[in-house]
Design a protein around this ligand. Structure first.
Ligand code: GTP
Ligand code: SPV
Ligand code: MN
Length: 601
């Protein structure tokens, strides 16, 4: 196998922070015996370690240094062009039985899968350095916080994990010496980045993840989708909490009243943008702050849901990010940022489609080829990403480190729908809200390989991330509801409805504040709404649309329920539930029948 990740040799004092927990040492020893690396590098998360790894990555062309004046302390990484997004078809949930993984997951038998992966890993790290990355997910003093270890042969993974998680000694301290303590085992090897030898496998029962053959974020930063969502959701059900693909934002009124909102939108459907929203001038005195942009872990306290963001950074979509659409993201990625698959300008700055200003006359595209504005190819890959520490975000919520989390007033589901689904509506109650989540759909995006723009059902934006049977997942939501005395209200939004001209009807981004304001009004029991078959709908005057350049027809179209479109939609709900082969809880079937009945009233 070609060695695409040659070993590095640290000086004394770097790479030698060995954990003391015997269970960890035994596991590292076992993986070392299997993968046969040249040496082992024990990460501690220190500044010195970071400098050394960065310098070595520059030497090996894993990173390109960006212009120090334009984007200080920032780097560009190019992944293999065959490896630019999550690959759902090679993502497996390896529970003892197929039923436990359920109808929406790829399943493979654990023992066979271990054998197959161990064959691929045998000698895979020859001539390479094996990095051991200790990390925690969650604020240091949260009861929900989990410890993970990721073994990897990729320097890019180590440098990214340092941004995306709380990495190093903090995890060793948290784990302590109890050999029976709970921690996640993650093994990653690039192998030779061959799509035919690419597998992302989860063993929920063993709290273990093995990912081979990829170097792309969502497949290899095992803390994120693999631990915080797939294994996380499995543990959450067992332990009575929730692991969700949700942003968390704080919204404060001019009078100083503050609410927190969690929102589940599928990949590349607007979570980061919503979490960093800046209210338009008309909302003078309103403030939105970010707790998290992708993942929420929530537990019940005093009959309410409290949420923490388990991550420490943002792995965000770059294209479309500008001072116009998302100034907080732009400020966050001005420095100390690791870019993947964007374009490189002649003066070593970064560029992408949708960035402010004119495109450069010449650049090197994400593949490393010459690019000019006349080129047919995109300069930046549509799923190019930034990894940036959350402390860079000017709108970071002051309570982001709070161990007990923040109380959630509202949960919002949303997808990318050109038609049918109104701008916003509210569920009648918790179980109806679960139905909205369970039946949500979205047009697919470049965040995962495969067709883009195809409408697919994506329950709670968790279709690719639920680590167990989706029917049990719905049931878990219902069980949580029973334990809540003060449940969040549940909403559905759609920023992406299009008019007859094929253009978005809603301006989106900062203007989403207008929808958020209605959500908050409803939470405070003062926003107006009309009863519709799908839920509580705002009438145009229930939304604050002042100083917004939008015509009456567009507003009517955005809030409209087209009965013909909904007949099709209802049929698709049924098709979807039927496709799940009998796992859908009776209560949700009943919700569906009631919805049909409301349309026939
Ligand atoms: P993941 O990181 O993949 O989970 O994505 P995400 O849900 O955080 O999506 P993100 O905020 O990065 O947005 C993805 C794409 O949607 C970007 O190209 C945005 O420009 C676009 N987008 C986000 N919000 C809006 C909106 O309100 N309106 C419109 N039209 N586009 C939006
Ligand atoms: C997503 O696809 O939902 C992401 C990006 O947040 S990745 O980490 O690649 O999964
Ligand atoms: Mn995501």
């Amino acid at each position: 196998m070609e060695n695409i990740a040659p070993a590095i040799f640290p000086p004394n004092g770097i790479g030698d922070t060995k954990p003391t927990n015997q269970a960890v040492l035994d596991w590292v020893h076992e993986i070392g015996k299997l993968t046969k690396p040249e040496n082992i590098f024990w990460c501690d998360g220190s500044e010195r370690e970071n400098e050394f790894l960065t310098a070595e990555s520059l030497k090996q062309n894993v990173l390109i240094k960006l212009n120090e004046k334009k984007v200080p302390c920032s780097y560009l990484h190019r992944s293999n062009p065959n490896d630019v997004a999550r690959v759902e078809k090679v993502t497996f949930i390896c529970t003892p039985t197929k039923e436990e993984a359920g109808p929406t997951n790829n399943w493979s038998e654990p023992a066979d899968t271990y054998s197959k992966l161990y064959r691929l890993l045998n000698g895979a790290m020859r001539g390479r350095t094996m990095f051991v990355v200790p990390y925690i997910m969650g604020p240091p003093d949260s009861p929900l916080t989990k410890v993970g270890f990721e073994i990897t042969d990729s320097k890019y993974v180590v440098l990214s994990m340092r941004i995306m998680t709380r990495m190093g000694k903090i995890a060793l301290n948290r784990l302590g010496n109890d050999p029976k303590a709970e921690w996640n085992r993650g093994v990653h090897s690039l192998l030779d980045v061959d799509p035919d030898r690419r597998f992302i496998c989860h063993f929920p029962k063993d709290n273990t993840i093995i990912s081979v053959g990829s170097g792309y974020g969502g497949n290899v930063l095992l803390s994120k989708k693999c631990l915080a969502l797939r294994i996380g959701s499995y543990l959450a059900r067992k332990q009575g909490w929730m692991a969700e693909h949700m942003l968390i934002l704080g919204v404060e009124s001019p009078e100083g009243r503050k609410h927190y909102v969690a929102a589940a939108f599928p990949s590349a459907c607007g979570k980061t943008n919503f979490a960093m929203l800046i209210p338009p001038a008309h909302f003078n005195g309103w403030k939105v702050t970010t707790v998290g942009d992708d993942i929420a872990w929530m537990e019940i306290r005093d009959g309410r849901l409290f949420a923490v963001n388990p991550e420490n950074g943002y792995f965000g979509v770059v294209p479309g990010t500008s001072y116009k659409s998302n100034p907080n993201a732009m400020k966050s990625i001005e420095h100390d940022t690791l870019y993947t698959n964007v374009a490189l300008t002649n003066d070593a700055d970064v560029w992408w489609e949708g960035k402010d200003g004119a495109p450069p006359k010449h650049a090197i595209d994400w593949r490393g080829n010459d690019w000019t504005p006349e080129s047919k190819e995109k300069a930046a890959h549509p799923n190019s990403r930034f990894a940036t520490p959350m402390r860079n975000n000017p709108a970071l919520d002051p309570d982001v480190e709070r161990g007990e989390g923040v109380p959630i007033s509202a949960i919002i589901f949303g997808g990318r729908r050109s038609d049918t689904v109104p701008l916003v509506y509210e569920a009648f109650d918790w179980n109806h809200g679960i139905y909205l989540g369970a039946t949500m759909a979205s047009e697919t995006t470049a965040a995962a390989t495969g067709a883009v723009g195809r409408v697919r059902r994506d329950p709670m934006a968790m279709l690719p991330f639920c680590g167990y049977n989706i029917g049990d997942y719905f049931r878990h939501w219902m069980d949580i509801g029973k334990r809540l005395t003060n449940p969040p209200l549940i909403f559905n939004v759609n920023w992406f409805r299009k008019g007859e001209n094929g253009k978005f009807l809603w301006p989106g981004f900062g203007e989403n504040m207008r929808v958020l304001k209605w959500v908050i009004d409803r939470c405070e029991r003062r926003g107006g709404a009309l009863k519709s078959p799908v839920g509580w709908l705002p009438s145009p005057h229930d939304l604050d649309l002042e100083e917004l350049d939008i015509d009456h027809k567009s507003v009517a179209d955005l809030l409209g329920i087209d009965h013909e479109e909904w007949q099709k939609e209802l049929a698709e709900h049924k098709t979807f539930f039927d496709s799940l082969g009998g796992v859908v809880p009776e209560e949700l079937q009943k919700q569906r029948e009631q919805l049909v009945a409301r349309f026939n009233e």
